[in-house]
Design a protein around this ligand. Structure first.
Ligand code: NAD
Length: 356
């Protein structure tokens, strides 16, 4: 009897990839869309890059106040700027925070979005948006926030310091891993996730080696895209729900939070998701997904505890409660507050993750 039964949706998006060609590709894509008045959103670290990439375009307004997790008042202010300047399209240049602000403007204004990523966050490949109000992160999906065009150019990542590249890469890897048990996991997004992991893991290992030039970063960009498409399709699993709670409620940095939490989620699910664990082990090399991820984090010098990235121990009880409410009921292993409290405690201390 067939066991291949699924219902998969693929998002329509134009993806233009090419080293050294972002400016020409951006111009060509905007021309193909009929040109127009552009609202440019660029995070300050990418300001000069954004100027040169968009020199051929009609920039009618610019927003450079880009803040992680998109505070809702910043999104509303940027949307007002888009409307006052009669912008017809939005272009973002920067990491996931710039893309995220562009998505919020697209959501509130209906303007089409083009993303030019400079990190491996992968937000550009999903129709998921996130905003924070107070200390809570709200997330949702909406077709209007999926960038109509994504322009990838590895040269734009050249200025990303290795430490940031590593944590961003771990965030990309987390997209692939979490897709394997997310609520809409299916054989198509699983295939994308596996391909993403196989691209990302060797590239992560080469990132710190300055001799490899931009080759490793190009593989990172491609693997990050594959993994984010898988994630966008499969939805947020246990890992992302926990990271969103921690990022929103305790203002933890996004990519480092993913880097710390991922091995603990893999350990937690390992006895209940054998097929996924076998795929993760195979991508990392060896037969121990949890140990392999931990060893990878050590090898890369990635952060390994919530304590070191700024979480206070006193918040662990509340966090366990918030996380357990957010984790999907479809998670392969049953979740309860004491189990999450134990997991968070281990992640806070940075001790070796336990599969028990
Ligand atoms: P980020 O965009 O905040 O960038 C991290 C740091 O890197 C910033 O200081 C930035 O200025 C700097 N930077 C970026 N590009 C650079 C470059 N080329 N050279 C030098 N410095 C550079 O962080 P991020 O990890 O890319 O994105 C995190 C945000 O993206 C979070 O808000 C997260 O929720 C969101 N996100 C959303 C999705 C989604 O599908 N909706 C997916 C992934 C991440």
């Amino acid at each position: 009897m067939s066991s291949l039964i699924f219902d998969h949706r693929t998002n329509a998006q134009r993806v233009v990839f090419g080293a050294g060609s972002a400016r020409a590709n951006l111009r060509r894509m905007v021309d193909e869309m009929g040109g127009g008045r552009v609202l440019l959103i660029a995070d300050p670290s990418s300001a000069a890059l954004a100027d040169s990439l968009t020199a051929d375009l009609q920039i009618v307004a610019r927003v450079d106040e880009v803040v992680q997790h998109v505070p809702v008042d910043r999104a509303t202010a940027a949307t007002a700027i888009a409307q006052e300047s009669r912008a017809e399209l939005v272009i973002t240049v920067g990491g996931g925070s710039a893309t995220g602000l562009g998505k919020a403007v697209a959501l509130q204004s209906g303007l089409p979005l083009t993303a030019v990523p400079t990190t491996f966050a992968g937000s550009e490949a999903t129709d998921m948006w996130g905003m924070t109000a107070g200390s809570r992160k709200m997330t949702g999906t909406d077709p209007s926030v999926l960038p109509v065009v994504v322009i990838y150019d590895v040269e734009l990542t050249a200025g990303l310091p290795t430490k940031l590249a590593i944590t961003s890469g771990m965030n990309a890897l987390a997209h692939a891993v979490d897709s394997l048990w997310a609520p809409r996991a299916d054989p198509i997004n699983e295939a994308l996730a596996v391909a993403g992991m196989k691209e990302l893991v060797p590239a992560l290992r080469r990132l710190a080696d300055s001799d490899v030039g931009l080759d490793a970063r190009e593989s990172m960009l491609f693997g990050a895209y594959l993994s984010a498409v898988a994630f966008g399709s499969a939805g947020s699993g246990m890992h992302h729900k926990i990271c969103h709670v921690l990022g929103g409620a305790y203002a933890l940095p996004h990519a480092p939070t993913h880097a710390v939490v991922l091995p603990y989620i893999v350990a937690f699910n390992s006895s209940s998701a054998r097929r996924a664990i076998a795929e993760i082990s195979s991508a990392i090399g060896g037969d121990d997904a949890t140990g392999g991820l931990r060893a990878l984090a050590i090898e890369l010098g990635a952060p390994r505890s919530l304590r070191e990235i700024g979480m206070a121990e006193k918040d662990l009880d509340e966090a366990a409660l918030l996380c357990s409410e957010a984790i999907p009921a479809t998670n392969p292993r049953q979740v309860d507050v004491p189990a999450i409290r134990k997991l968070l405690d281990a992640a806070w201390r940075g001790v070796a993750p336990s599969t028990a």
